[in-house]
Write a protein that binds this ligand. Sequence first.
Ligand code: COA
Length: 162
Amino acid sequence: MNNSRCLYPGSFDPVTLGHLDIIRRAAAIFDTVVVGVLHNPEKKGCFSVEQRVDMLQRVCRDMPNVQVISYGGLLAQLTKETGISVVVRGVRGVADLESETAMARINHQLNPALETLFLPASPEMGEISASMVRQLAAFGADLSAYVPQEALPVILAAFQPQ
Ligand code: COA
């Protein structure tokens, strides 16, 4: 693929090693990976959009073909605006596959030029989720097995007792 680009969208609230695994693998396939911090209306959100972008930028610093953006609208609209025609999503198991398939179909209906590619999450990442990280952080647990080192200061600061 020449000048290939993909969008890796998510809430990233916060970025986890599971997300980083997908970003690295996508960056090895595509010339450019655009990581998009998008809004999931079903989730309240713990970190601000600015904090999520900041964490992702720190984490992706060693990957020159990865850029981080944020967007407040529909994913399909973003792909139309940017001309990106491939969305990458990680799937951890059958539950993810079911919901991701529904999302991919709707996005394809909204933008017929758009295809979604699923990457299977690496087995050691299968249990990681952003909500689990938030829960562990709230109880002061060690996060180093779940979160990229570069994102830790932002997460720890957010959960510092006042
Ligand atoms: N390894 C480990 N965990 C992973 C993972 C991986 N490879 N990929 C995702 N996860 C986890 C995340 O940590 C997250 O955990 P949480 O549920 O505890 O927060 C969960 O899986 C899914 O989160 P994420 O990948 O960040 O996506 P999301 O489902 O929160 O958001 C959007 C998906 C933002 C892409 C979607 O809501 C969207 O497109 N929003 C824009 C509005 C829109 O277009 N809506 C219509 C969609 S049909």
